[in-house]
Ligand binder design. Structure first.
Ligand SMILES: [Zn+2]
Length: 950
C-alpha cells in the first residue's frame, strides 16, 4: 500500500505547469497508439501505470518511480526475487531482479554452484558437464540505461518486469520454468535522475520534437555519466565506481549466457544491434560472433514484422575490453542495443515524420523479448559451446597456455593492492614467488626482450593458463592485436577525411595504466608459487621518537601528507633518498617531526590513526643523522610542505569527464577539502583563498581578462595545474609562462635542441681526462647540432609537422622518461607509460622544466653518429622507444618524440604545471595520476616561494 500513497504524492506534485499558460494544440502521448503491454495479465500485479503520473511508455519514469515499482513487485510476485547489489554515490539503490519460476527461485544457490562447476574445466569432467548442461536453466542478464540520458531502456525494463511476472500466457510461464532472467533495470540512477530533473526544467506547454532543444540535449555536465561524471560503460574492468564494483561480481557469479546492454544513440538514427564489426579483440571466442548473428537474425525478424528500421555492425566495434562486453572474454554473449534517442515527446526526422518516445521504448521491449526467445531455443547448444571454451582456456594446447604475466616487486604497496583487487574481482588467480625464477626470455613493457631473464622473488605471478584466460590476455597483454585490414582502413580514413574507425582507446593494458613494471614470459609458470596476499601493515608507533615517516614510493603517502596538513600538522618531505635509524626512506618519503609541531597535542597518536585509516606502514625514527653523504633532518632535503587550498575549475568550456575524474581523484585518493568553482568566476572571484588551482581539460581558452587574473594570481605565489586542452591555451602566445606548442617553435628549433642536448649530456657524462687537462685549445671539439645529418630547416619542419599531426593517436600508451630528481616524479617508475591522444605537443625552453618527456632512451651500438628526429638530435649509441601499446603511427612517434608530457615553470613567486594529457584518465591511469597528486599536494610547498607570516 505504501506505493499507492507515494503515487498519490507524485500526482499531487506533478502539476508543474499551471497558471496563465495556453493549452497546446496537440499532445505527444497521442503520437503512437500501439500498446506495449498487450498480454493477459494477473490482476494481483499492479500495472506500471500505477506507479507513474503518465501512461506507461509515454514519458521518462524517474528512478524514484521505478524503485517504487520494484519494491511493490517484490511483495506481489512469487516469480521475482529482488537483489540490492550496491548504492550509488548519491545513495540510490542498484537493483538486480531475478525473474523465474517459483521453483527455480528457491534453488538459486544450487544453480549458481552448477554454473561455477561448468566454468572450471580443471575439476569437471565431460560427463559431469553433460549432465550440468542438461539440468541448468538458461540465464540472461538484461541491463539498461547505463547512460543516464539514454532513458528508453529502463522504461522498457519496467514493462519487461511486469510482463514476465504478471503474464498468464503459457509462452511466458514455460519460458520461466527453464530460464532465469535477471533484469538490471537502471544501471545509472544518478545520471537518470539528473536527466529527469532537466526534462522537468526545460519543459514548456507544447511538446517539443526538435532534437536540438535543451529538452533533448540537457546541459553541462549532461546526464550520460554518474555522480562524478564517469562513463560507466568504460569502467567494466577498471572498476572504479560503486555501480560497476557492485554489478560485476554479481554478473561474474552468474556467468549469464547473454548480457543485453540497452543504450541510445543519435536522435536521427534508427536502431542498431550486434554483432560488432572489426576491430574485434582477438582474445574473444569466435563462437560468440556466430551466436551474435543468430540472435540478430531473430531480432531483425521481430523488427521487420513491426515495420521498424534497424541495422547491425557499422560503428559497433569491440577492441576495448572495458565495455559491458568484457563478459565476452568470460564466455558470455554480449548484445548491444542502440536506440535513437527521443528524450521525451519524440523527434522530427528529415522525412517529416515524428518518432515518438513510446515507440523507442517499444523497440527495446520487443528486442528484449526476441532475445529471450532466441536464448530459450538455443540455450543447450550455447552451454555446450561455453563448456568447450572453458576446456580450451585451461588446455595445454591453447594459445594462452605458454604465457605468464609478471608484475615486478614494488614498494608501492597501495597501488599493487588496488591492482590485485581488480584482478580478483574478475576471478583471476594471482600468485607470489618466494624465490627467483629462471626463464628463457622475457618481454618488457617497452617491447624489448631479454634472454635468460630471472624473475625476482616477491613478484606477482599471473599464469595465463587458467579459467579466465581470454580476459587475462585482453587486459594484461602489452599490445592488443589489430588486424592489418583494420589498420589499412584506419589509415585510409585518416588520410581521406581525418576520421578514425577506432571507437575508444587502442591501449588499455592494466599494468601500464597503473604504472607498474611488468614482464611477459612465454612459458607457463605454475610450480613453487604461493597464493598472493597483500603485505602486512605495520603502524606501531613509538611515541618518544624524533619523527615518524612513511615510504614515499607508496601513493598513500601523498594522502598521508595531505590529511595531516589539513589537521594543522607541519609535514616535511625528503626530496633525496636517505637512511635514518636504519630505515630506508626513498625520495618523496613524508616525515612528521616532533620539533616542527611543539604545540600539537597527541601528535604521535594522530599520526598513527591517519596512517591506519590509509592502511600504510609508519616507521618511528630516533636519529636525524643520515650516514655519510645522505641527507640529515636539518638539511635542505627535508623540505617543509604547505597545505594546499584547492580550487577545481568546472562548468561550461571544461570537459565534464576530466572535471569529474579530477574531482573524484581528490575525494577518492585524498579526501581533503576543496572547492569546485565556476571557471568563469576567475575574473571576479577572490582567488587569494586558494594556493592551488586545477584547470581540467578545456575546449576554449580563457578570455584575456580571465587570463590576466590567473597570471597575477600565479605571480603572487599560486600553483596552477592544467590538463590537455587547458594546457594548450596556456602554452600559447597569450598564455602564461614560456612553454609552447610545437607548431610555434620552429623558428627556434636549434635553441630547443640545445636545451635537450644539455639534458642528454647530463644523463651520461663521459670525460676524456687527457683532453680536459690539455692546455692548448682543442680545434676538434664536437657539437651535436654540427655533426648530426639530415637537419631540417623551418619550412621543412612546418611541412612535416602539418603532415604528422594528421596521425596523432586516438588513445595509445607511449613511454615517458622521467626526471628522477624532480619532485613531481616522486613514486614514479623510470619509464612511465603515459596515455597519449590528440594532446598538445609541449616544448620547454631554458626557464621551464620537463619532468616527464616522451620517449625511453635505449642503447643502440650501431648508431655511431647523432641522428635527427624533426627538431631533436639523438646522441650516438642511442635509440628512442616511443610506442608502448596501441596504435601509434610512425609519423606520430616522430612528432611527439622528446616533447614534454609534464612541464613545470616558475612564474613570479608561483608556478605553472602543464600536463599534455589527462593524468587521471577514467580513474584508472594510476601511473600518471601520481604525478598529478604530487602536483596538487606538494606544489604549494615545493614549487613556490614560502610565505612567512610577519
Ligand atoms: Zn550509451
Amino acid at each position: 500500500m505504501i506505493y499507492r500513497f507515494l503515487m498519490l504524492l507524485t500526482l499531487l506534485s506533478s502539476n508543474y505547469l499551471i497558471g496563465d499558460l495556453m493549452k497546446p494544440t496537440s499532445l505527444s502521448k497521442d503520437l503512437y497508439s500501439n500498446t506495449i503491454l498487450n498480454g493477459n495479465y494477473l490482476d494481483t500485479i499492479s500495472h506500471p501505470d500505477n506507479f507513474l503520473d503518465f501512461d506507461y511508455g509515454t514519458r521518462v519514469a524517474s528512478p524514484y518511480q521505478i524503485e517504487n515499482a520494484i519494491r511493490a513487485y517484490a511483495q506481489q510476485s512469487d516469480r521475482l526475487k529482488v537483489i540490492e547489489y550496491g548504492k550509488t554515490h548519491e545513495g540510490r539503490t542498484l537493483f538486480a531482479l531475478y525473474i523465474s519460476s517459483p521453483e527455480n527461485l528457491t534453488n538459486l544457490d544450487n544453480i549458481q554452484k552448477s554454473i561455477a562447476k561448468l566454468s572450471d574445466a580443471r575439476s569437471t569432467s565431460d560427463r559431469e558437464a553433460k549432465s550440468l548442461i542438461e539440468s541448468l536453466p538458461a540465464t540472461a542478464w538484461m541491463a539498461y540505461s547505463i547512460h543516464g540520458n539514454e532513458t528508453s531502456g529502463a522504461d522498457a525494463a519496467l514493462g519487461i518486469i511486469y510482463h514476465l511476472i504478471a503474464s498468464k500466457d503459457n509462452s511466458v510461464t514455460n519460458m520461466l520454468d527453464n530460464m532465469i532472467v535477471i533484469v538490471d533495470p537502471m544501471m545509472n540512477p544518478d545520471g537518470r535522475d539528473r536527466f529527469v530533473k532537466s526534462l522537468e526544467q526545460y519543459r514548456g506547454t507544447a511538446p517539443n520534437y526538435d532534437d536540438q532543444s535543451l529538452l533533448h540535449s540537457g546541459d553541462w555536465p549532461y546526464a550520460r555519466t554518474n555522480h562524478y561524471y564517469f562513463d560507466l560503460n568504460r569502467d567494466w574492468f577498471y572498476l572504479t565506481q560503486p555501480e560497476t564494483q557492485g554489478r560485476v561480481p554479481l554478473i561474474n557469479k552468474w556467468r549469464p549466457q547473454i548480457l543485453v546492454d540497452g543504450h541510445e544513440m543519435g536522435a536521427q538514427d534508427t536502431f542498431m544491434t550486434g554483432p560488432p564489426r572489426e576491430p574485434i579483440n582477438t582474445n574473444i571466442d569466435r563462437d560468440l560472433i556466430k551466436w551474435g548473428n543468430v540472435f540478430a537474425d531473430d531480432q531483425a525478424k521481430a523488427f521487420d514484422d513491426n515495420n521498424w528500421r534497424f541495422y547491425t555492425g557499422e560503428w559497433h566495434e569491440d577492441l576495448y575490453p572495458g565495455y559491458s562486453f568484457y563478459i565476452q572474454f568470460r564466455g558470455s554473449l554480449g548484445i548491444l542495443y542502440e536506440q535513437s534517442r527521443m528524450s521525451e515527446d519524440g523527434v522530427r526526422r528529415p522525412e517529416g515524420t515524428i518518432q515518438s518516445y513510446k515507440e523507442s521504448v517499444h523497440h527495446q521491449f520487443v528486442s528484449t523479448l526476441a532475445n529471450l526467445k532466441t536464448l530459450e531455443k538455443h540455450t543447450k547448444a550455447m552451454y555446450q559451446d561455453f563448456w568447450d571454451g572453458r576446456k580450451y582456456n585451461v588446455s595445454k594446447n591453447s594459445e594462452f597456455a605458454n604465457q605468464t604475466f609478471v608484475v615486478l616487486p614494488t614498494e608501492n604497496i597501495g597501488r599493487l593492492n588496488t591492482f590485485a583487487k581488480k584482478l580478483q574481482a574478475q576471478d583471476i588467480e594471482i600468485y607470489l614467488n618466494t624465490k627467483p625464477i629462471q626463464t628463457k626470455s622475457a618481454l618488457k613493457q617497452t617491447g624489448d626482450s631479454q634472454e635468460n631473464y630471472v624473475i625476482p622473488a616477491g613478484s606477482m605471478i599471473i599464469p595465463n593458463l587458467q579459467p579466465e584466460a581470454p580476459l587475462i590476455a585482453a587486459i594484461l597483454e602489452f599490445d592488443a592485436e589489430i588486424i592489418e585490414s583494420v589498420l589499412e582502413e584506419e589509415r585510409r580514413q585518416t588520410l581521406k577525411n581525418g576520421s578514425s574507425i577506432m571507437y575508444d582507446t587502442t591501449a588499455f593494458n592494466l599494468t601500464m595504466m597503473y604504472g607498474l613494471e611488468a614482464v611477459t614470459v612465454q612459458e607457463n609458470i605454475q610450480g613453487n608459487l604461493s597464493k598472493w596476499e597483500p603485505s602486512k601493515i605495520d603502524n606501531t608507533i613509538n611515541k618518544d621518537a624524533l619523527m615518524w615517516a612513511v615510504n614515499g614510493i607508496d601513493d598513500r603517502s601523498v594522502a598521508f601528507a595531505a590529511r595531516l596538513m589539513e589537521l594543522g600538522i607541519e609535514v616535511r618531505i625528503i626530496d633525496k633518498e636517505s637512511i635514518l635509524s636504519d630505515q630506508n626512506l626513498p625520495r618523496g618519503s613524508v616525515v612528521v617531526i616532533e620539533m616542527d609541531n611543539p604545540n600539537f597535542e597527541n601528535l604521535s597518536s594522530v599520526v598513527g590513526s591517519v596512517a591506519s585509516d590509509l592502511s600504510i606502514s609508519v616507521v618511528s625514527i630516533d636519529s636525524g643523522f643520515g650516514p655519510e653523504e645522505l641527507p640529515d633532518w636539518g638539511g635542505r632535503h627535508f623540505r617543509l610542505l604547505e597545505r594546499p587550498q584547492i580550487a577545481l575549475m568546472a562548468q561550461q568550456n571544461f570537459s565534464s569527464y576530466d572535471v569529474g575524474v579530477s574531482w573524484w581523484s581528490l575525494d577518492h585518493h585524498l579526501g581533503i577539502r576543496h572547492s569546485m568553482v565556476n571557471g568563469s568566476s576567475v575574473s571576479y572571484g577572490d582567488l587569494t583563498r586558494y594556493n592551488t588551482i586545477i584547470m581540467p581539460s578545456g575546449y576554449q581558452g580563457l578570455s584575456n581578462s580571465e587570463m590576466s587574473s590567473i597570471r597575477d594570481w600565479v605571480k603572487q605565489g599560486g600553483t596552477l595545474i592544467a590538463h590537455n586542452g587547458s594546457s594548450r591555451s596556456l602554452a600559447s602566445e597569450n598564455g602564461i609562462g614560456s612553454v609552447r606548442q610545437i607548431s610555434s617553435t620552429f623558428d627556434k628549433s636549434e635553441a630547443y635542441n640545445m636545451d635537450l642536448q644539455r639534458e642528454f649530456g647530463a644523463l651520461s657524462v663521459e670525460i676524456d681526462m687527457q683532453k680536459v687537462n690539455e692546455n692548448k685549445v682543442d680545434f676538434e671539439v664536437e657539437y651535436p647540432w654540427e655533426v648530426s645529418k639530415n637537419k631540417f630547416n623551418k619550412a621543412q619542419l612546418e611541412m612535416r609537422d602539418k603532415w604528422q599531426s594528421l596521425f596523432m593517436p586516438s588513445g595509445a600508451i607511449v613511454a615517458g622518461r622521467i626526471d628522477n630528481e624532480h619532485w613531481l616524479t616522486f613514486g614514479t617508475i623510470d619509464t612511465l607509460p603515459v596515455l597519449y591522444g590528440n594532446n598538445p605537443v609541449l616544448m620547454t625552453s631554458n626557464n621551464s622544466e620537463a619532468a616527464v618527456r616522451v620517449g625511453q632512451i635505449i642503447e643502440n651500438k650501431e648508431a655511431t653518429t647523432y641522428r635527427t628526429i624533426n627538431w631533436s638530435d639523438m646522441p650516438p649509441n642511442t635509440d628512442l622507444n616511443v610506442k608502448m601499446s596501441g596504435l601509434v603511427w610512425p609519423e606520430a612517434s616522430q612528432r611527439i618524440a622528446n616533447s614534454a608530457y609534464l612541464t613545470r615553470e616558475r612564474v613570479g613567486r608561483g608556478q605553472v604545471i602543464l600536463f599534455s594529457g589527462e593524468p587521471n584518465f577514467r580513474g584508472a591511469a594510476l601511473g600518471t595520476s601520481r604525478l598529478w597528486l604530487n602536483a596538487v599536494v606538494y606544489g604549494a610547498g615545493l614549487g613556490t616561494s614560502p610565505r612567512i607570516d610577519p
